[in-house]
Design a protein. Sequence first.
Length: 367
Amino acid sequence: MSDVFANRRSRLRRKLKALTTSGALITDPINVRYLSGFTGDSSYLLIVGEREILISDSRFETQIAQECAGLAVEIRDASLTTEKLVSRVIAKLKPRALAIEADSISKANYDALASSLKSTALLDTIGLVNAQRAIKDKSELDAIRGSIRVAQKAFQSVCAQLLATQSEQEVAFEIENQIRRLGGEGCAFAPIVGVGAQAALPHGRPGKTQIGDAPFVLIDWGAKVCGYMSDLTRVLVTAKISPKFQRVYQTVLRAQQAAIDRIRPRADVRQIDSAARSVIAEAGFGKYFGHGLGHGFGLEIHELPRLSPISEGVLEPGMVVTVEPGIYLPDWGGIRIEDDVLVTPDGHEVLTNLPRDWESHQVDCAK
């Protein structure tokens, strides 16, 4: 596994050469984990030329030895701040220029670093590692597949035990319980459970509304396995539904399929969003789909790339994205269908395999 992290750092060094910088100071804890395998916090990764040093403190010394065998380490004790140790280590290596994660480090720490490193120019960068993280390697895809398996099994277990008297909050709690029971680290994010009109809130918080209070419930959930996330949404039918529900649902389903059909290498992210948005607009619901179509995910639930009308770029093999069109009608409810899709060298693979038609998600919760 250490080779995986070494390969990621090698890829980053090639980027740094293109920026004509001597190295980089990685301060975002997610990026530190991605490049080193270290799962703790309060630590920086310094890369200067061929030198790679994890800078941390004594609380993590044993953990680093277990997770980052072979990686050089600088450990501070309570008599020294992280920033002072970082400055000392950088000063010893004497880099001419150093890339800084400007979207991660605080201004106070940046200013302190700049004032202590008179002979090193600091180059502000944004998304340097995040862009690399957008393309998943095999180990990441394995973890994502595992996360999806756990999420789907947890959902199926919750559906099998669903009761009309359960509240949205109780269902959300049970989703996390099942994810942990199945070996997950927990939820990828706080589950969204919206009954009837509450489903019109794309990021609504589960409340006291009971499952039996309306004929359908929207559930948006995901699991975390080996640090990697999954993200799915399904709408359960718990009673007789109306022709309006069927029309809205089928519109969302057609929109999602139109977008998925266009996922392939070099596909423009805006055109994928447009494919789904056009279907919804043509059905007369355009103003009720206000968010972007989807996003990348991995160590974080929202990563590059983005699928939206204002996004830029194209898809590349190894990217994983959600495809989640929705229609949200105030005082009635919302329908969103979400799946996780991998961009393959010759097209795409839908990683999630729960049925997407509403007929497959009719649940008898009156037992």
